[in-house]
Ligand binder design. Structure first.
Ligand SMILES: C[S@@+](CC[C@H](N)C(=O)[O-])C[C@H]1O[C@@H](n2cnc3c(N)ncnc32)[C@H](O)[C@@H]1O
Length: 285
């Protein structure tokens, strides 16, 4: 079997299993097995696939057809120009979260040596993106999950940002209480999927991503309700809270932030036009 034949057979199999990005995922898995770049797959499509690679490739295709996330099979994903390790212990970073990173960097534009908190860091994607763009920032990241923090620390080491980002196990901003009043930025992509939405989630998400990362303990707003007043105390005057929200939640989250004494600065849509990021600031008295 040639490389091109293996690819088209795998894409058919994934398509039949309901995988929406079947050709893309087939190619990503083959490149993972062979260690090839895209150009080589195109140029050497007529080359025979060696039997060992064929066995490994179709084993991964079977797993993907059973709707395991592609990134769990390759162990990696890209976020904000950085390749990150991912595992079933962390949420796979999503492209829409890059909108939050843009808003965070924008908020820090005129602040020198900013103190930054990333709450619910997961893979570390937000904290590491900010640290990579702002070498003068001191970045702290928290998570309740020790396993997620293990992945985040590995990512920080691989990106040589471990001396610039500190990871803390604990609830929301509690581990950082000693620095309250000094943060220029609190960023968070907290759990916001309602339990009632679970049946409609794709199997990749519902069956494979960590429930702690998806579902808040109460209603969809429950984490924002606890985070907003903590952020209001953690921020310095003029400091900014930037949070990702689920579809249809922006107005409610803005109201939660305002009830905590923060002033709504703006909401920002993602590439699909859904208001996805809420930016609020602690007024300067
Ligand atoms: C939606 S995921 C976001 C992960 C990552 N920041 C991202 O954007 O891909 C939410 C993260 O918050 C963590 N988390 C949930 N409740 C928390 C809490 N009360 N305090 C700290 N972290 C929490 C979860 O373990 C998970 O890693």
């Amino acid at each position: 079997m040639t490389v091109a034949e293996a690819l088209s057979r795998a894409a058919r199999r994934l398509d039949e299993a309901g995988v929406s990005s079947a050709p893309h995922d087939a190619e990503a898995l083959l490149r993972h097995v062979l260690g090839w770049d895209r150009a080589r797959v195109v140029v050497e499509g007529g080359a025979p696939l060696d039997p060992e690679s064929e066995t490994s490739f179709f084993a991964l295709v079977d797993e993907r057809a059973a709707r395991r996330p592609l990134q769990h099979l390759t162990g990696r994903t890209w976020f904000w120009r950085q390749e990150l390790l991912v595992s079933p212990d962390v949420l796979v970073p999503r492209p829409e979260t890059e909108v939050l990173v843009e808003a965070a960097l924008d908020a820090l534009r005129d602040v020198e040596r900013p103190l930054v908190a990333d709450v619910g860091t997961g893979s570390g994607c937000i904290a590491l993106a900010i640290a990579s763009e702002r070498p003068d920032a001191e970045v702290h990241a928290t998570d309740l999950s020790p396993a997620a923090l293990g992945v985040a620390r590995d990512n920080a080491r691989r990106l040589q940002l471990d001396h610039r980002v500190r990871f803390h196990e604990g609830d929301l901003l509690a581990p950082l209480v000693a620095s309250f009043g000094r943060f220029a930025l609190v960023a968070s992509n907290p759990p916001y999927v309602g339990a009632e939405e679970a049946p409609a989630l794709p199997p990749e998400v519902r069956d494979h991503e960590p429930p702690l990362a998806l579902f808040p303990p109460g209603d969809r707003l429950s984490v924002y309700r606890r985070l907003a007043p903590q952020a209001a105390s953690a921020l310095r005057p003029g400091g900014v809270l930037v949070v990702e929200v689920g579809a249809g939640m922006a107005a409610e989250v803005a109201a939660v932030a305002q009830a905590a004494g923060l002033r709504l600065a703006r909401t920002i849509p993602d590439l699909a036009g859904i208001p996805r990021t809420v930016v609020a600031l602690r007024p300067v008295e």
